[in-house]
Design a protein around this ligand. Sequence first.
Ligand code: FE2
Length: 200
Amino acid sequence: MTTMAEEGRLLGFVRAMTCLVQVVGADEAQLLAGAAPLMRALVAQDDWLPEAMAQPHPQHYQQHLLYGDPLDRFSLVSFVWGPGQQTPVHDHTVWGIVAMLRGRECSQRFGRDADGRIAAQGEEHALAPGELEILSPAQGDVHQVRNALPDRTSISIHLYGGNIGRIARHVFVPGTGETKPFVSRYSNALVPNLWAGASA
Ligand code: FE2
């Protein structure tokens, strides 16, 4: 069996992830258990992300689609954070794994209080390169994410159990019970060449 490095890290990941969804189907626990080591291996080396997929935008964070499974069983996205950039409070509606590649980001969980208002739950959690955050709708997947670095770009790689840029989900207004429909879409018009980093 070839390694991720021999195949090109991105191609190796996509191959392994495609095999995993074929074998375990839609079982979330098995998908998370199988995908977590693949994500850990993907971000263990910061030498494979195409430069175009690592570009920040001066006004807002970028979501570059790296690969979308044609059957919408998973998608892989690079999140590129400029200094001070953050998401709204949002959910995902599908399982996800966030793996930190470069810099540092912070995630704050949210939930509903006794009056139905959206409120922060627990402490903000910082992710360093190589670390993962698991998201499961069954366990509460509402959070807000921000670049923890005030003066540098941070990049995390996100794996989702669906085509996340096309999924109808929600943003939440903290301190109220209000939700708004949300489809995140993608920043890039072109996807990376998976074979660019592979040996012949
Ligand atoms: Fe998120």
